[in-house]
Design a protein around this ligand. Structure first.
Ligand code: ADP
Ligand code: MG
Length: 255
């Protein structure tokens, strides 16, 4: 089955259970939005999928195209086609984007295999064209003095170059100005297709005006309380997370 599937996942950090019985399936070719109030555990989920060592999985399964992800190192997860937007260096003075991306791609190749410069640049320019990016952009140092939008451009270009099977984009609430928002949206929309599954984590309904997701999931207090089609995002905007929360509360928690 070509999907990224999370089943009954429980995650603990510092003895606190942050993710509780979370299940979610992202088939290849679909864009799933994960929304939810601050502190609901969205970023924790993203970090666990990436293999962050601080988070302890106490129960559950994560399977990517039939393979148990939790047994793999973060590096191996990436090699097998998982992309996480936030794992990149925030600033790398003196290293140009072109060289940074080249190193990232080289590191994905089997040992002894060399990335040809001409092939690399051909692909780089092809992807930049697809994304509508200016070529001069790649001669700048990674994230040095970048605006939010420029950081996102680097990220999206990396996504385009690495051609992962699944991308998890954690759009945290800080620093997403309209320029950044549009860059992410344009990038995801240009790259979406049958070979890519996307889990788009956002706290902003606004982003979903630009990226129309196939499915929307609402996460509250560590689990998915609601899933639906794109209209769910609109309903949430109108009625707020409390509505999703109340309806989904366990009987014992209801007053
Ligand atoms: P979201 O991304 O939905 O805003 P987070 O996953 O960042 O939520 O956080 C969920 C909860 O986990 C919060 O209560 C947060 O304080 C806690 N948490 C996250 N990371 C850590 C950490 N490294 N140490 C302790 N608590 C953490
Ligand atoms: Mg977060």
């Amino acid at each position: 089955m070509k999907e990224l599937s999370v089943e009954n996942l429980h995650v603990t950090i510092a003895d606190k259970e942050i993710v509780r019985a979370l299940s979610l399936r992202v088939p290849r070719g679909e864009v799933h939005a994960l929304m939810g109030p601050n502190g609901s555990g969205k970023s924790t989920l993203a970090k666990v999928l990436a293999g962050h060592p601080d988070y302890q999985v106490t129960k559950g399964k994560v399977v990517m195209d039939g393979e148990n992800l939790l047994e793999l190192d973060p590096d191996e997860r990436a090699r097998r086609g998982l992309f996480l937007a936030f794992q990149y260096p925030s600033e790398v003075p003196g290293v140009t984007i072109a060289n940074f991306l080249r190193a990232a791609m080289q590191s994905r190749l089997p040992e002894g295999e060399e990335l040809e410069a001409t092939d690399y640049y051909a692909k780089l320019y092809e992807k930049m064209e697809l994304l509508g990016m200016d070529r001069s952009f790649t001669s700048r140092a990674v994230n040095e003095g970048f605006s939010g939008g420029e950081k996102k451009r680097t990220e999206i270009l990396q996504l385009a170059m690495l051609e992962p099977k699944y991308a998890i984009l954690d759009e945290t609430d800080s620093g997403l100005d309209i320029d950044a928002l549009k860059t992410v949206a344009h990038g995801v929309n240009s790259l979406r297709g049958p070979d890519l599954g996307v889990l788009l984590i956002t706290h902003y309904q606004r982003l979903l005006n630009y990226i129309i997701p196939d499915y929307v999931h609402v996460m509250v207090a560590g689990r998915i309380v609601r899933s639906g089609r794109k209209e769910l995002a609109l309903e949430l905007e109108e009625r707020g997370y409390d509505w999703a929360r109340e309806d989904a509360a366990e009987p014992a928690l209801r007053r």
